[in-house]
Design a protein around this ligand. Structure first.
Ligand code: CP
Length: 313
């Protein structure tokens, strides 16, 4: 049995648990390539997707994963709900659970919201991104894609470039990649670099060229203007001048280095269109892997066992 009830972060997961999810996801990835990409393993389960923040990829990906596993799915978004009338997160969740829901997938603007919910409701909670804290399924799908392209992550160098301070994707990647033995470098302008980031076990490099020149993978992040309380960065043009991944900078990477982006992309700000559509990027493969990773997480947290998956598939 998988020894976790919730997926709140990758910080509290072991390397063995992360590998268990990634290996299970590979089995589900093969299911997605079948003519009928559906299995009955969560037929008796009801899952609610609670989204208090906008999302395209994560929301659709979770819903597809749930439907591919034959679960019953209920979607909730804060706009148009009783949250607009002042209902608290706890009351909202308890009312949904009173309708006999087994699992909750939640995206929320506040760091720690998923943990708060997990301590107050009996259902399994999966964090689909909480404020500036973590986005664990994004970290997992990024690692799945890197493993497919690079093999074992042990000793590989991964550079994450962008708005590190506001990035839950960066934090989940740093935690997860460290546990799998990769070397992580974070790069971005000083105002976008958290003071304590090295304590997570990564190297800080402010010079973009130096950060990417020996990387096996470069993960490009978006500037999160919506999370900047004060305007800490002068603007897109200054950012692009120093940190945009374009053909000139791509030429400084190793030939086998893959280019990743979690989306949504700001084309020609952090990544040029030529690179975003070029032959080194794996961006849409990340999206496809996201469905498989989320199927694996839902399956394992609901009591599924990878060894018995063969019969169910
Ligand atoms: N990568 C990601 O979280 O994208 P969305 O905000 O569209 O879900």
């Amino acid at each position: 049995m998988f020894a976790q009830k919730h997926l709140l972060d990758l910080e509290s997961y072991t390397a063995a648990q992360i590998l268990e999810i990634l290996d299970t996801a590979e089995s589900f990835r093969r299911v997605l390539d079948r003519p009928i990409p559906k299995v009955p393993v969560l037929r008796a389960k009801t899952i609610t997707n609670l989204f208090f923040e906008p999302s395209t990829r994560t929301r659709i990906s979770f819903e597809l994963a749930e439907k591919r596993l034959s679960a019953d799915v209920v979607n909730f978004s804060a706009s148009g709900s009783s949250v607009a009338k002042g209902e608290t997160l706890r009351d909202t969740a308890e009312n949904i659970l009173a309708m006999k829901v087994d699992m909750i997938v939640m995206r929320h603007p506040d760091s720690g919201a998923a943990r708060y919910l997990s301590e107050r409701v009996p259902a399994s909670v999966i964090n689909a991104g909480d404020g500036m804290h973590e986005h664990p399924t994004q970290g997992l799908l990024d690692m799945m894609t890197m493993r497919q392209k690079l093999g074992s992550l042990e000793g590989k160098k991964v550079t994450i470039v962008g708005d590190i301070a506001h990035s839950r994707v960066a934090r989940s990647n740093v935690w997860g990649l460290n546990k799998l033995g990769a070397r992580v470098t974070v790069c971005g302008p000083p105002p976008m670099m958290p003071l304590d980031i090295e304590s997570l076990g990564c190297t800080v490099e402010y010079d973009f060229g130096r950060a990417i020149e020996d990387a096996d993978a470069v993960n490009v992040l978006r500037i999160q203007l919506e999370r900047q309380e004060n305007q800490i960065f002068p603007g897109n043009r200054e950012y692009a001048r120093a940190y945009r991944l374009d053909d000139r900078m791509l030429a400084r990477t190793k030939p086998g280095c893959i280019i990743m982006h979690p989306g949504p992309m700001n084309r020609d700000v952090e990544i040029s269109s030529a690179v975003a559509d070029g032959d080194r990027q794996v961006i849409l493969e990340q999206v496809t892997n996201g469905v498989a990773v989320r199927m694996a997480v839902l399956y394992l947290l609901s009591g599924g066992v990878r060894e018995s998956l063969g019969q169910d598939l």
